[in-house]
Design a protein around this ligand. Sequence first.
Ligand SMILES: Nc1nc2c(ncn2[C@@H]2O[C@H](COP(=O)(O)OP(=O)(O)OP(=O)(O)O)[C@@H](O)[C@H]2O)c(=O)[nH]1
Ligand SMILES: [Mg+2]
Length: 259
Amino acid sequence: MPARRPLVILPTYNELHNLPELVEQILAALPDGHVLVVDDASPDGTGRYARARAQRDPQRRVFVLERPGKLGLGSAYRDGWRWALARGYDPVVTMDADFSHPPASLPALLALLDAGADLAIGSRYVPGGGIRNWPLRRRLLSRGANWLSRRLLRLPVADATAGFRAYRAHVLEAIDPDAVRAEGYSFLEETLWRVTAAGFRCAETPILFVNRTRDRSKINRGEILKAVATLVRLRLSRRPRLQQQRRPHPRASRGGAPC
Ligand SMILES: Nc1nc2c(ncn2[C@@H]2O[C@H](COP(=O)(O)OP(=O)(O)OP(=O)(O)O)[C@@H](O)[C@H]2O)c(=O)[nH]1
Ligand SMILES: [Mg+2]
């Protein structure tokens, strides 16, 4: 059965200049999709905007989870997943709220799941993908993080740090949101590591990643150090045992590259 009832989770911290237009573009790209904004008490009022947008939505397609303070990107994903699973959404999409992940690529991402993948990744580093307007420093940081992740954790995808992903719900149930310990950006690598260990199938679709033009990046030196520490922790720990995981989805054999 093809996936249905998609939920797009948007973690936000100070994205007031991006969120309003982004929400409309997502709803237009996925006519049967819903949006969950996970906001961490953004000082610029992003959460207030999201609450008002949710309340005046006649079709009830927009929701907001307001958290008391900046608790980190990883924990925003984790709370969003729990919210999605408790309400039966499938698939569950994550994307940045700064227009770096193009809403127009959402149907292509979900098509990979319909073709049998368990996890679909919007990838900068497969043929056809790319990056626009990133300074050299950011390009090197991204390439370095990817190289290190793939090298240390043997993650067999081209873009292991991409936050633009669509998960089938059974994958999130199997890896268990609470088992992913990383709180910051390395939550993405740890999740992929667990998905890989469980034998689920990943597929990548090319995207053009565009550097944000509004509001500011939240990556800082502390986040980078925490990410490296997570990779080392995972490298030194035992891979999660397969028998703890659910069996891969039966459709998984029909599409996507094995991860
Ligand atoms: N809820 C929540 N969202 C966050 C937090 N940190 C970052 N975000 C959001 O996570 C997404 C990615 O953050 P960005 O600052 O764009 O990080 P990035 O895309 O890796 O870096 P840039 O390329 O510089 O934009 C954005 O939608 C942010 O608003 C956080 O602590 N809590
Ligand atoms: Mg960004």
